[in-house]
Design a binder for this molecule. Structure first.
Ligand SMILES: Cc1cc2nc3c(=O)[nH]c(=O)nc-3n(C[C@H](O)[C@H](O)[C@H](O)COP(=O)(O)OP(=O)(O)OC[C@H]3O[C@@H](n4cnc5c(N)ncnc54)[C@H](O)[C@@H]3O)c2cc1C
Length: 481
């Protein structure tokens, strides 16, 4: 087992000082609080809708918008248990990845025959998000800066440079960097090589995007209800085929329903074992000074992640802070989404330590925000799709930490399916197939812990995968960052 660059010691006092003034709150929601739209819980009894959408994150908001664009006369309600964008959609890294398959390797391993089409659709989806943001005039700091993967260990650099040598000479994209070139781009002593995919990723202020989409929905005539949790979904026998969504105050009747509830327990009981919540932790720094920016470089403002299984993701914000997250992905036995799981001082300390190893000359910079969020992990690592109640209900979940962009694609799939449209996207094998569910406890905990332990070991062992990981790979359950 070899020591990794991130195993290096850092003075505890420096870590403590970096975190000392941070508040426990997602930076994005804090920063955009003034522009947050507000919608009451004022459902009337009994309300009837053509389409009811459950969940006010990106998936639900895009579904409402796309449904209205297709048929402006449609009567649409969006029911959100808390406030729009409060959950994963308002607290993520803001990487809008084109990939619909959680990366090329995962997509190629599962759907090799249609991977080219999936890649094309993913890029088109990203272009359409960019276009929608411009058309709707949403000020969400959308930047098409691309994604930079950096190698911090020699075996990772070797792999990246082998990929470079295998790629067609003279291609403009992706751009490969050796160590000195990469360090000239972004100044970190840990960098050994990198690859910059300039087209396949954008950065966004996620809370501003969610709030902007919610306002666009309201303008398009969608009725949005916050603080309105749906407790139960069933067929409404009395109404001749409609569906009934029961909330604490009233119920809604709808001809069609989109379930965009992400990591929260599915209203379709049969899919409750298909996802598990895995917690991801994040820090945001104070804005850098002009001198610190000068030292750092990073003029391309790329979204960055490192090439290990346990990886960090990081980026600049619009006002010149650094967001730094990832690495520990924590599953708590019992698969419950609970606020107490968001508090994990040891992970924030680890993140701060890794930050200081990456950018040692930024010692003294303070983090202003720390938070966490639950990721809806499924066993194939990208969203899956289902219908129920004679195709009157559509469901998508399982984005596994890559749903900022893919949520719009998922919305498109659900709207197509509810309209009975057989489009090129509903015909995809990726869309028609479902992942295997996770086993019940205690087997879920045992399996997830064995995988986490093995991935960490692989990172310390030149990326070599042990028997457990190779077995998971062989049965289509293997995860490779
Ligand atoms: C820390 C973190 C970092 C991430 N970073 C990235 C990233 O950089 N790039 C990326 O692509 N992805 C990232 N992700 C994942 C991404 O944020 C999600 O995949 C995406 O936001 C999912 O959107 P959603 O609308 O499906 O879910 P959510 O935003 O979780 O919305 C679901 C909504 O449904 C509501 N709801 C649930 N049940 C009910 C009910 N019964 N009744 C009414 N309402 C209900 C919830 O209150 C919630 O508001 C990250 C996630 C986390 C947690």
């Amino acid at each position: 087992m070899s020591e990794l660059v991130f195993d290096a010691p850092v003075a505890g006092a420096a870590v403590k000082q970096a975190l000392a003034g941070s508040v426990f709150r997602p930076y994005w929601l804090d920063d955009a609080a003034r522009s947050a739209p507000s919608f009451g819980p004022g459902l009337r009894y009994p309300d009837k809708y053509d389409l009811a959408i459950v969940g006010g994150g990106f998936t639900g908001l895009w579904s409402a918008l796309l449904a209205k664009q297709r048929d402006p006369g449609l009567k649409v309600a969006l029911l959100e248990a808390q406030t729009v964008g409060w959950s994963a959609s308002g607290r993520n890294g803001g990487f809008v990845e084109a990939s619909l398959t959680h990366g090329r390797d995962n997509g190629m391993a599962r759907w090799p025959e249609e991977y080219g089409e999936l890649e094309r659709l993913g890029l088109a989806n990203l272009d359409q998000i960019e276009q929608a943001v411009a058309d709707l005039g949403i000020d969400c700091e959308f930047e098409r800066t691309g994604a930079l993967t950096v190698a911090t260990e020699p075996y990772q650099a070797e792999q990246l440079l082998t990929d470079r040598d295998g790629s067609a000479a003279g291609e403009a994209d992706p751009v490969y960097f050796d160590g000195p070139q990469l360090r000239a781009e972004i100044n970190s002593p840990t960098y050994l090589a990198g690859v910059w995919d300039r087209r396949g990723n954008a950065l966004v202020h996620p809370a501003k995007l969610a709030f902007g989409l919610a306002s666009a929905c309201a303008e398009a005539g969608v009725d949005l209800f916050e603080h309105t949790a749906v407790r139960h979904l069933a067929r409404d026998r009395a109404s001749g085929g409609r569906l009934r969504l029961a909330t604490d105050r009233a119920f809604v009747q709808a001809d069609r329903v989109v379930l965009a509830t992400n990591v929260f327990p599915s209203l379709l009981a049969r899919y409750r074992l298909h996802t598990v919540p895995v917690y991801d932790y994040v820090l945001v720094s104070e804005p850098l000074t002009a001198g610190q920016r000068e030292q750092l470089g990073w003029r391309g403002r790329q979204g960055v992640s490192d090439a290990a299984n346990q990886f960090h993701y990081y980026r600049l914000t619009g006002d010149g802070r650094i967001l730094w997250g990832g690495y520990d992905a924590v599953y708590f036995p019992g698969r419950r989404v609970l606020p107490r799981h968001e508090v994990r001082p040891q992970t924030w300390a680890k993140l701060a330590r890794h930050f200081l190893i990456t950018f040692p000359y930024l010692e003294g910079l303070r983090f202003t925000h720390r938070w966490a969020g639950a990721i809806d992990t499924c066993s194939r690592f990208n969203a899956f799709f289902a219908t129920a109640y004679s195709d009157q209900v559509a469901y998508a979940a399982g984005f596994t930490g890559l749903g900022v962009g893919a949520s719009r694609f998922a919305a498109q799939v659900m709207v197509d399916r509810l309209n009975g449209v057989h489009s090129p996207i509903t015909r995809l094998r990726m869309v028609r197939e479902k992942p295997l569910p996770f086993p019940p406890e205690p087997f879920a905990t045992l399996g997830i812990e064995a995988t986490r332990w093995s991935l960490n070991r692989a990172d310390h062992n030149q990326g070599r995968r042990n028997l457990w990981l190779r077995t998971l790979d062989a049965v289509g359950l293997g995860f490779d960052s």
